[in-house]
Design a protein around this ligand. Structure first.
Ligand code: DP6
Length: 421
């Protein structure tokens, strides 16, 4: 390794999106390698609204691997971080920067240490899958920094070892995680089914549901389901294989009716497995159920699905609308039933893509107050409103996969100190 003294710092910054599964991953056949018991399919969400940004820096002056998440130092000793670091280091390539006199041979990477800074552009506490974006971004940045030649699919097998769902966050659009057969996990990788532009009509509205309860983590929850739920075995072995094929067809043909039916059925079945777990796990709450009722009642009234819903390991609803018009009508319904509490401001209640709010003709809290019950309600009880049950909404769309940020001012680490800015 040659360089002008030990002064140099090399760094790379990347951004990776979150994803929402429409056919869920729930259950591992290998806990250490994170190998699932079934295939899953997801939609990648727009980076501008839900993503992780990570800078990885390397320098001969760094004495140990260190990481800061949202400004706070966190330990890197966990097995999942260590597995990702080890896998990437083992695939590193040579690096040469003649101008700065830096030359790192591939075998030298294991002697160097990293400083890693990462932040999420959405509240971590909201219970939105932050580990998916986080691990995808970490692996992608490290791979770029160390000149790893692997393609995205091979990198996905490394991100998978950080968090299963992370393997689907490297690609944009519609992504399948093939469970694979190999004992070493080499074929348990993500592949892109279609780019985000293939079905750009879709609009996604997330209801971040207020909850006081600390939820069981996905990792613990799925372990308990594997150990105790018989419904889980039936779903993974008998039902999912056919559902995956149907979902692939629905995506290929932009067949929203099938897409919505499969998405809702699979989400409800995943939560049925949680109930079938011993002791039972409750991820959805009353507000989640009200959101399901709202969508189901409207879809039935229209005769054909306008919106699909899906829930991960928490009470937040992810609703996927057929197009901008359906999203506009959905948002009007959502804001009728779930207005902000009085002290709230509009700008912090509907986040993300504001065009849907504009199209819905809602500019102020008074506009929300003036909303009328939707035409499909047929009794007094269904017109009750629930201010405060939803913390806020995020409007977004299917989006791109992980990307490199070239601008130096986007880096999260200071080039002089090697510490977070
Ligand atoms: C309900 O990927 O968070 O969101 O692999 O243990 O880190 P680990 O679990 P994680 O589980 C995600 C579960 C899910 C469904 C899904 O994203 O497919």
């Amino acid at each position: 390794m040659a360089g002008e003294m030990n002064k140099w710092i090399l760094m790379v910054t990347t951004r990776a999106p979150t994803n929402i599964a429409v056919i869920k991953y729930w259950g591992k056949r290998d806990e250490k390698l994170i190998l699932p018991i079934n295939d899953s399919i997801s939609v990648t969400l727009d980076l501008n609204h839900l993503s992780a940004t990570t800078t990885v820096a390397v320098s001969p002056s760094f004495e140990e691997d260190r990481m800061w998440l949202n400004g706070k130092e966190i330990p890197l000793s966990g097995g999942r971080y260590q597995n990702c670091l080890r896998e990437i280091r083992s695939r590193a390539g040579d690096f040469k920067d003649e101008k700065r006199g830096i030359h790192i041979k591939k075998e030298d990477w294991c002697k160097l240490h990293f400083h890693i800074a990462s932040y999420n552009n959405f509240p971590t506490a909201a219970g939105l899958a932050s580990s998916a974006a986080g691990f995808a971004c970490l692996v992608f940045s490290l791979a770029k920094l160390m000149n790893v030649n692997d393609d995205l699919s091979q990198l996905s097998a490394i991100a998978r070892q950080g968090s299963g769902s992370a393997c689907r966050s490297l690609y944009g659009g519609f992504v399948k995680w093939a469970m694979g057969n190999d004992l070493n996990g080499s074929d348990s990788v993500a592949i892109q089914l279609a780019r985000e532009t293939h079905w750009s009509d879709l609009v996604i509205i997330i209801a971040v549901v207020s909850s006081r309860q600390k939820e069981t983590s996905s990792t613990t929850g799925m372990r308990e389901s594997v150990e105790t739920s018989t419904l889980l075995q039936h779903r993974a072995q008998v039902l999912v294989p056919g559902r995956i094929l149907q979902m692939e067809d629905a995506i290929r043909n932009r067949d929203f009716s099938s897409f919505a039916r499969l998405t809702c059925v699979d989400s409800n079945q995943f939560h049925a497995i949680c109930l079938d777990t011993n002791p039972p796990i409750f991820y959805m709450n009353d507000t989640s159920h009200k959101l399901i009722n709202l969508v189901e009642r409207w879809n039935r009234h229209e005769g054909t699905p306008q919106v699909a819903y899906t829930f991960d390991a928490g009470p937040n609803a992810v609703m996927i609308a057929k197009d901008q018009k359906a999203a506009t009508h959905l948002l009007q319904r959502l804001l009728f039933y779930f207005p902000p509490p009085p002290e709230n401001e509009m700008s912090s209640y509907v986040l993300g893509d504001k065009t849907i709010l504009q199209e819905a003709g809602i500019q102020s809290l008074n506009d929300i107050k003036a909303l009328r019950p939707p035409p499909e309600v047929n009794n007094e009880a269904s017109t009750r409103r629930y201010p405060g049950d939803v913390s806020y909404f995020i409007c977004t769309r299917p989006g791109k996969g992980a990307l490199v940020l070239e601008e130096e001012d986007e880096a999260l680490i200071d080039t002089q100190t090697g510490l977070p800015k």
